[in-house]
Ligand binder design. Structure first.
Ligand SMILES: [Zn+2]
Length: 285
């Protein structure tokens, strides 16, 4: 049953590809690296992984930017012209896409869970010239990716399909200034721990943060102050402490202030925004 579904789906996706693919596709489509994907999800579809789906969105961006794929004008299902994008069933082929508006796009993906709504949409747009293609979409989830790998010539990788002979690196967020400084300071394992507990416990006191690491007293802020001092060359100058004086009787520097704010009332430490962003890149979201 599923094999039949896949064979039928393949026919549809071939039609989509024939419609979108320009007569001449340049041999080497210019790109240094893939752009950031606007698709943030990680859900598999048709057997394609979240990563493969993001890859499809990234490659699509490059093709549109280079004018190789036109901006879609109207929805293949309902004919509306607002919020039009592309929908793919075959994430190995950058041209195999239907042009659909956002609500119709959502209905396609929800058709397994809400088949009645999907049928109603199809009925309502029975006059659309492309409606048969959508009627023919499988109504159960299929591993189309595996079917394609078994039954069609490769490469079964969208990037390889567009750039067969060269490496195109994936998008990599540029490390921000704070992250560069932290990495340059080469934190020890303990120092990474200091950063991690602060990130995970915004507003906690030094005692609280120390306890999280299994230390007594205020060991956290003493050690963290020493670490932050090493960042001053890159991120400084450090602010001065409100009341504390150094040995010479001058206002002491508050090195932790390079990365965190201190609330005098609660005695709590919280990462500054730029530092929080930097650590999101290290520890993930
Ligand atoms: Zn639509």
């Amino acid at each position: 049953m599923s094999d039949n579904d896949c064979a039928r789906l393949y026919e549809i996706t071939r039609r989509w590809a024939d419609r979108i693919r320009p007569d001449e596709v340049p041999e080497d489509i210019p790109v240094k690296r893939l752009p950031r994907s606007t698709y943030g999800g990680d859900n598999p579809y048709n057997g394609f992984t979240g990563a493969e789906r993001r890859r499809g969105e990234q490659v699509g961006q490059v093709l549109r930017r280079n004018g190789i794929i036109a901006k879609p004008a109207a929805c293949d299902i309902c004919g509306k012209t607002e919020r039009i994008g592309y929908h793919g069933e075959d994430y190995y082929d950058p041209f195999s896409m239907a042009r659909v508006c956002f609500p119709c796009h959502m209905a396609i993906h929800r058709r397994f869970k809400s088949p009645e709504k999907w049928q109603a949409l199809l009925e309502k747009n029975a006059h659309s010239p492309f409606i048969e293609e959508f009627r023919a979409l499988p109504m159960q989830e299929v591993d189309f990716a595996a079917w394609l790998r078994a039954n069609t010539p490769g490469p079964h990788d969208m990037v390889r399909r567009v750039w067969p002979d060269r490496e195109v690196p994936d998008y990599k967020p540029r490390p921000n200034k704070v992250l560069r400084a932290i990495e340059a300071a080469q934190p020890t394992e303990t120092e990474w721990k200091l950063l991690r507990v602060l990130r995970e416990n915004p507003g906690a006191t030094s005692e609280g943060l120390s306890a999280k690491i299994g230390w007594q007293g205020q060991a956290w802020h003493l050690k963290f102050g020493q670490f932050c001092r090493r960042l001053e060359a890159d991120l400084g100058p450090a602010p001065f402490a409100d009341t504390r004086k150094d040995d010479a009787g001058e206002p002491a520097k508050f090195y932790i202030g390079l990365l965190a704010d201190f609330d005098n009332a609660t005695r709590g430490f919280t990462l500054r925004k730029d530092a929080a962003k930097a650590l999101d890149q290290v520890f993930g979201n």
